[in-house]
Design a protein around this ligand. Structure first.
Ligand SMILES: C[S@@+](CC[C@H](N)C(=O)[O-])C[C@H]1O[C@@H](n2cnc3c(N)ncnc32)[C@H](O)[C@@H]1O
Length: 262
């Protein structure tokens, strides 16, 4: 029996990048036994199918043509469910703490004395390039890689990304949510000293059947993604490690589907 005084536990669980076989064993166990599930976009149907019939489900993601539920409302849903159920799974695409707002949700729950546990997931920034045959680091191509968001927040309390400094400081870049701003990002990286010939790869819908991969130089990539109608969700990888990939772009996996909400 759970109450406001003795709430259940909220597990912030990484769902991985799309291929359900990349779910962790712990995530699979929790999904198979949870009393309530809170999920959003980019969670594959095969993963949702693991949840028992009796489980209360709440969708808080973006529906086609609409915005996601605002973060305070999602936080409120988590608190409400933790006060009603013993085991609440908050499922998030990839890893919950990497551009997933998991940190905000964990802090909100902890401040209300609701037990929280984090179950890390396989992040799209490593898995999507890997399925395309691209290692995000390579011993012969430097010693650093940076995970960075290409989505500039309207919220000015957060400093914007200094692409010119990153061009000089990091051997490789893995850019989340970078497709829309790719023309400006590539200009900034070249202004920061990256050669126009630097290899770049874009992987759309990584790890599932619809996976597409495009490889080009830094000066060409933005125009090509527009011409070839690349869409979200896509990961952009920048750096010489791309030249060590196994083949041009490894083919997408067969028969792995993912709902694309936008
Ligand atoms: C809000 S971030 C969430 C990242 C997630 N927490 C993770 O660790 O992968 C969403 C972005 O992740 C990237 N992404 C997520 N799934 C992807 C996939 N299957 N293929 C390519 N990019 C993906 C895209 O850049 C997308 O816009």
């Amino acid at each position: 029996m759970t109450t406001a005084e003795q709430p259940g536990t909220v597990y912030l669980v990484g769902a991985g990048p799309g291929d359900p076989e990349l779910l962790t064993v712990k995530a699979q166990r929790l999904l198979g036994s949870c009393d309530a599930l809170v999920y959003d976009s980019l969670v594959p149907k095969e993963v949702l199918d693991l949840v028992p019939e009796r489980c209360e489900r709440r969708f808080v993601g973006k529906r086609r043509g609409h915005h996601s539920m605002p973060q305070p409302s999602t936080n409120a849903v988590l608190v409400e469910l933790a006060r009603q159920h013993r085991t609440v799974v908050r499922l998030k695409g990839g890893d919950p703490f990497l551009f997933g707002r998991g940190g905000e949700e964990a802090a909100h729950l902890a401040a209300r004395n609701i037990p929280v546990q984090v179950v890390p997931g396989v992040t799209a920034g490593i898995a999507a390039p890997a399925y395309a045959g691209i290692p995000v680091t390579h011993r012969r191509s430097g010693s650093s890689v940076t995970f960075v968001t290409g989505h500039e927040e309207i919220d000015k309390r957060r400093p914007s990304v200094n692409w010119r400094a990153l061009a000089a400081a990091s051997d490789g870049l893995v850019i989340y949510m970078g497709l829309h701003n790719l023309p400006r990002i590539s200009e900034e990286l070249m202004a920061g000293g990256l050669a126009a010939e630097t290899p770049v790869a874009v992987i759309q819908q990584g790890t599932v059947t619809g996976q597409r991969c495009l490889k080009a130089t830094l000066s060409e990539i933005a125009a090509l993604t527009i011409a070839q109608a690349f869409k979200s969700p896509s990961i952009v990888v920048v750096g010489e490690m791309i030249d060590h990939q196994v083949e041009e772009c490894m083919p997408p996996p067969a028969a792995v589907t993912m709902p694309i909400p936008f």
